[in-house]
Ligand binder design. Structure first.
Ligand code: SF4
Length: 484
């Protein structure tokens, strides 16, 4: 157990996440004591303590803002934990989920690589390799997003919250189809009402990308898919559409008939996600299908003409060693998808799965993930795929990241838009989160914080039943903001 005491609420977030990155499997408690004698105190698992030497942190030029103070504390804490554990973190003091956003901002401000990389290394303690990766990705994103009209354009997300079975590491609010079979039609009715509303409200806007995700959209029957896609065809024009993705995540949900429906409705990008090509792992994480089914589904999609197929993998799944990951990558290379997304397993979920290798040895976990991530980057390069988007999740062991690699003309534009938050994404379905990019900053309605924002978030309720029952309310909430 690690205990953190901070003098101000403002420091707790970063302190917690930096400590967590060094001690991924430790339980951490954190509290604020305004009268504490130091800005930050951390009691470590071996019961030793580190306290911020406030006079040293405050030394030098005057600290004019709370941001500056937080930054100095982050640097101090990182250096102390690095000294104590003997490990460093690839992303240094960065706790945010979108490090490439920083690179993008600098690129837009006219910086070049020669200025950015040493600055990122020195000021944020990011490794040279990650600093270079961030820059490479930011430049590629800039190029791809250059095609878009942010003001008049928007993207559409459609959520199907059903799966053939629920995987043990899943962080989405999906339900097993067997539990919901009697309500799928009601869900589709509600969803199509929401889509019709969005389409009618958006006739003057330019739809750039559509992403049907979940869950696993291909758990719907061919007939249900036909209904849904026809509804989208009816209410949304394709004049400005650059990409139309459907997640066919689980191979056990894919049939020839369903893929034919997707082809008929002009889906341009398909995602078939193995996560691992090791049968023992698929069994352990509750994905009730065989490795062969992944290969068969992939080959069927190719046979039917899909020329942009993505595959997702997860590094660090329970029981997997580096050799397993390398074998999975070897099999993926044989299939040669157009894009590959490699996630690092978030520690929270690993713990939920009682992954016994998580013995608190951050160095061991970090070393193993690092090798897996390196092997993935090598395999992607051998397949001719380049990194094009990157994001981090909270509590990824060793402070790692998720990276999307793609052939030059097959990058998922929607994935970049989600990360960069430059264009509005209107989302329909249970648990779907709409983000409207505003022209002028506003204070979030209902929020006590004075901070202004240009990003208005409208969340649909997560529970499937509640979404069906409260669809009028979901529509009304959106209506207030489409399109201010
Ligand atoms: S297929 Fe994906 S969304 Fe469905 S339960 Fe598994 S991880 Fe979650």
């Amino acid at each position: 157990m690690i205990q953190i005491v901070c003098k101000s609420e403002a420091y707790t977030y970063n302190v917690y996440h930096i400590v967590k990155a060094f001690f991924p499997s430790e339980e951490i408690s954190s509290k604020v004591e305004e009268k504490a004698s130091h800005y930050v105190m951390v009691q470590l698992p071996d019961c030793s303590q580190i306290v911020s030497e406030d006079s040293v942190i405050l030394f030098g030029t005057g600290i004019s803002t709370e941001k500056e103070m937080k930054y100095r504390l982050d640097i101090w804490l990182y250096c102390e934990l690095k000294r104590i554990t003997g490990h460093s973190l690839a992303w240094g003091i960065l706790t945010g989920v979108r490090p490439t956003k920083i690179a993008m901002e600098k690129a837009e401000a006219g910086w070049d690589k020669g200025t950015f990389v040493p600055w990122f290394e020195k000021d944020c303690l990011v490794s040279r390799e990650k600093a270079e990766l961030s820059w490479e990705i930011a430049k590629r994103e800039q190029e791809l997003l250059g095609k878009l009209d942010y003001e008049e354009g928007y993207s559409l997300y459609v959520g199907i919250p059903f799966c053939p079975s629920v995987c043990s590491y899943c962080s989405f609010s999906s339900g097993a189809l067997s539990d919901w079979e009697g309500r799928v039609e009601d869900y589709l009715d509600a969803l199509m009402r929401e889509l019709a509303f969005i389409g009618e409200k958006s006739v003057k806007k330019r739809l750039n990308t559509i992403y049907i995700g979940g869950g696993t959209p291909t758990t719907l029957t061919a007939l249900q898919l036909e209904r849904l896609l026809t509804c989208i065809d009816t209410y949304f024009a394709r004049e400005y559409l650059l990409e139309y993705t459907v997640e066919a995540g689980r191979p056990d949900s894919i049939t020839r008939e369903k893929l034919e429906v997707l082809r008929k409705h002009g889906i341009t990008r398909l995602s078939i996600n193995p996560q691992s090509m090791q049968q023992k792992t698929l069994d352990a994480i509750g994905r009730r299908h065989r490795v062969e089914e992944i290969v068969e589904a992939y080959q069927l999609a190719r046979e039917l003409g899909f020329d942009n197929i993505n595959m997702d993998l997860i590094a660090g799944l329970p029981g997997e060693e580096v050799l397993d990951m390398k074998d999975t990558l070897r099999q993926i290379k044989e299939l040669s998808p157009d894009s590959l997304t490699v996630h690092s397993l978030a520690i929270k979920r690993a713990a939920k799965m009682e992954w016994t290798d998580l013995n608190g040895d951050a160095g061991k976990i970090s070393g193993m993930l690092s090798e897996m991530i390196e092997a993935s980057a090598d395999a992607a390069a051998q397949m001719g795929l380049k990194p094009y988007y990157l994001y981090r999740q909270k509590n990824i062991a060793g402070n790692f990241e998720n990276v999307g690699y793609a052939k030059v003309d097959k990058a998922g534009i929607y994935n970049i838009l989600i990360m960069e938050e430059k264009q509005s994404i209107v989302a329909a379905g249970a648990g779907a989160s709409t983000k409207i990019v505003l022209k002028e900053p506003i204070q979030m309605p209902g929020s006590r914080k004075k901070k202004l924002t240009c990003l208005m978030r409208i969340e649909n309720v997560k529970a499937i039943d509640a979404y069906i029952d409260r669809i009028d309310e979901m529509i009304e909430r959106k209506g207030e903001w489409l399109w201010r």
